[in-house]
Design a binder for this molecule. Structure first.
Ligand SMILES: Nc1ncnc2c1ncn2[C@@H]1O[C@H](COP(=O)(O)OP(=O)(O)O)[C@@H](O)[C@H]1O
Ligand SMILES: O=c1ccn([C@@H]2O[C@H](COP(=O)(O)O)[C@@H](O)[C@H]2O)c(=O)[nH]1
Length: 201
């Protein structure tokens, strides 16, 4: 099994690149896992408390479960991926059944910041997009898809997203084998990445 990690800041285009890779290689060959699905379960907190959590710190994720899941996939076993509801900042009670496939793509803001995850990866990618473009995309997405207001996106960006990006996400770029500028519309980089993966499958 080949494991590809796709990291990058929030709004950089990681998910778009990951979907482009799956579309080109076929979902019979590639399992796609998002680190967002492994946000720690905070169902014991009140809605008010959940709004003030730092979701951009490496400790926000249950990486232990993610590593266990990657090991199961490597052994040919299917996994049950938790699902996460961003509008309520909670794990739902549903899971997604993911069978083992020849290639696993895992995408997330902090997957290269965690050595235990990096050690599982064969190819490490960082999607590098300017902060002004990322925040504009995030504003649109968080309001349209994640139930946020402009004020809440503004407040969260300045208090946690930006400082954590600078402290943990950006420095993790040094671990990347491949840096993709601008993400999802970079057809040449996506073609290069898929050709590289095809050599293994
Ligand atoms: N190259 C691009 N041009 C315009 N919009 C884009 C581009 N790439 C991604 N987007 C949009 O920006 C938002 C964030 O992209 P996404 O791939 O989900 O980023 P990430 O997973 O890094 O947060 C989405 O709404 C997506 O449709
Ligand atoms: O409950 C939550 C969990 C996460 N977030 C924010 O999501 C982004 C990561 O998702 P991307 O798809 O990579 O943008 C992260 O920056 C968190 O701030 C949240 O707001 N609430």
């Amino acid at each position: 099994m080949l494991v590809i990690g796709i990291a990058g800041g929030s709004g950089s285009g990681k998910t778009t690149v990951a979907h482009a890779v799956v579309n080109k290689l076929g979902d019979e060959n590639v399992a796609l896992i998002s680190q967002d699905s492994y946000y720690a379960d905070l169902s014991h907190l009140s809605p008010e408390q959940k709004q003030h959590i730092n979701y951009d710190h490496p400790d926000s994720f249950d990486n232990h479960l993610l590593v266990q899941h990657l090991k199961s996939l490597r052994e040919g076993q299917p996994i049950e991926v938790p699902t996460y509801d961003f509008s309520t900042h909670s794990r739902t009670n549903k899971t997604l059944h993911v069978p083992s496939k020849p290639v696993v793509v895992i995408e997330g803001i902090l997957i290269l910041a965690a050595p235990e995850l990096r050690n599982q990866m064969d190819i490490k990618v960082f999607v590098d997009t300017d902060p002004d473009v990322r925040i504009l995309r995030r504003v649109m997405r968080d309001i349209n898809e994640r139930g946020r207001t402009l004020e809440s996106v503004h407040e969260q960006y300045l208090t946690t997203v930006k400082p954590m990006h600078e402290a943990f996400v950006e420095p993790s770029k040094r671990y990347a084998d491949l840096i993709i500028p601008e993400g999802g519309q970079n057809e040449i980089a996506i073609d290069l990445l898929t050709s590289l993966i095809e050599r293994y499958i």
